[in-house]
Ligand binder design. Structure first.
Ligand code: C5P
Length: 239
């Protein structure tokens, strides 16, 4: 497969066309941003951790029967995915209170959330990703009612699979964000990335963050936690 023109550059990834119209080439960058780009820094190798972690998780979800865009890992920092049109909705799942759930509702961090919380946000840097409810999504024609139902079901399935996986390696999955896309034939696929940039992960024995919160809260080098997550996943999934 050949890499062609850059189609899109986001805050953490570059997406290139390829010689196959149905396949995109995703490059994971070393840049880390927070607060919608207001905090920004380069961490050499960060892209490599996120690419490899995302690969392992998509591979695991594929084996668990969850339809997604992932096709192959092609290098330390690059992967091939099926081309989809991204639905501009960020689907957040929360098992424990953290981040914006804590600041919005003034509850104790790590309060268990039952039932698991699902939230939708409009994917728009210009608007700072505002929260959206179902009727707002429908009125703005971002998704159909059937698609919204599917997004909720897929997010719940992904959560069940990932919670179980991380539990096996001594990590609590606190919350995470998913994005979905539509294929040319209107199938909905899980897309984007699943990495410590998009999840909150807490070490069950030490209570330490193994994710982007280390950067958001200026708690040191985020790569230490990312490396730890990668090591544990590799050891568990390749055994
Ligand atoms: O900031 P908040 O508490 O709403 O984040 C919930 C989860 O979604 C966190 O795991 C965070 O990393 C992820 N997220 C993301 N991209 C965003 C917003 C949140 O990956 N634009």
């Amino acid at each position: 497969i050949e890499k062609k023109a850059l189609k899109y550059e986001g805050k953490a990834k570059q997406v290139f066309a390829t010689n196959n119209a149905d396949v995109l080439w995703v490059h994971y960058m070393d840049q880390v941003t927070a607060l919608n780009g207001k905090l920004k820094e380069d961490f050499p190798e960060k892209g490599h951790f996120n690419n490899l972690i995302s690969n392992l998780l998509f591979d695991y979800l594929t084996q668990s029967g969850i339809a997604n865009h992932w096709l192959a890992n092609i290098s330390e920092t690059d992967q091939l995915v099926k081309r989809v049109d991204i639905i501009p909705i960020e689907v957040v799942t929360r098992n424990y209170a953290s981040g914006h759930f804590v600041s919005r509702f003034d509850v104790k961090p790590m309060m268990p959330l039952t039932p698991t919380v699902q939230e939708f946000y409009y994917k728009s840097d210009a608007l700072d990703d505002p929260f959206m409810n179902d009727s707002q999504i429908l009125a703005l024609k971002l998704a159909t009612k059937e698609e919204l139902t599917d997004l909720r079901i897929y997010a719940r399935q992904v959560n069940e699979k990932l919670v179980a996986l991380f539990k096996n390696i001594g990590i609590t999955l606190v919350d995470f964000k998913l994005e979905f896309g539509r294929t040319a034939d209107h199938q909905i696929l899980l897309a984007d990335e699943i990495s410590p940039d998009t999840m909150r992960l807490v070490d069950q024995s030490t209570g330490e963050s193994l994710d982007k919160d280390v950067f958001r809260k200026h708690q040191g080098d985020l790569r230490v936690g990312y490396q730890e997550v990668l090591n544990r996943l590799e050891q568990f999934l390749n055994q």
